[in-house]
Design a protein around this ligand. Sequence first.
Ligand code: NDP
Length: 286
Amino acid sequence: MILLDGKATAQSIRTELKAEVAGLTPRHGRAPGLAVILVGEDPASQVYVRNKERACAEVGIASFPHRLPDDTTQQDLEALIARLNADEAVDGILLQLPVPKGLDSRRCLERIRPDKDVDGFHPENMGRLAQGLPGFAPCTPAGVMELLRRYGLSPRGKRAVVVGRSNIVGRPLSIMLSQPGEYGDATVTLCHSRTPDLAEQCRQADFLFAAIGRPKFITCDMVKPGAVVVDVGINRVDDCLMGDCDFECICSSAGAMTPVPGGIGPMTIAMLMQNAVLAYKAHVGA
Ligand code: NDP
């Protein structure tokens, strides 16, 4: 079994980006800038934001933190986004999700200028993705595809099954896998909670992607021997991080598999850095 090491791959990507940014920054008189908005005190979000800011520092991206209190109003949040949209030092704007109850995240995401939407959640970027046009791709599914690419595991002509249809992971991943191209061209089945006989669908998969949010939901009997298994899930169980797949049992029959942690999590952050550098290059005309 090939262990798909997202941690090491993400490190390589950050190192490549660091070299690129080091070359671009003096030439264009400023570093790439990423504004990070965190509303409230959600502990998991605080960890994610810290990891993103650490990655920015490593790559040479200036991060502009905006920590807002729990009782921030929709109006204040939208006003901040408007300010960041107009700020020329800011290439990318990230709104850490989830936002506290009472705030409308969808409305906020739609306020972010599409050319600063480094998370790829704006409907314009989602539409571009669906049509195969250039734009910002959501970081988690982009991280999945980049990991496959770097391991030379092409889904072309293969059966791919994605479990989970969220707008941030499952659905965009299913679109990417079905796009024409060497790392697309899969025949894709998108499963969800209304899919009958999910286990049988999963067993058909040459490439199986789990983005469900339920620990160890995908068990051995649901995986075809030799399949490539990508576990996007991050579930906190008794202070441990656990994926959506039963790793210990599946890894003995899978052809390749991602661990949790150390799989798609770090790849997601690496793709965020890549999107921030892309946004910067577009803004400075590099
Ligand atoms: P959502 O809760 O938005 O979506 C979960 C999906 O799983 C839904 O489409 C849901 O179906 C489906 N589902 C739930 N239960 C079942 C079931 N019993 N059978 C079949 N399908 C089911 O989650 P996200 O997409 O945001 O996240 C998924 C996982 O990925 C989570 O563990 C999350 O923490 C992790 N994640 C990891 C990231 C990373 O960086 N590695 C980034 C983002 C998320 P339905 O639509 O019918 O309700």
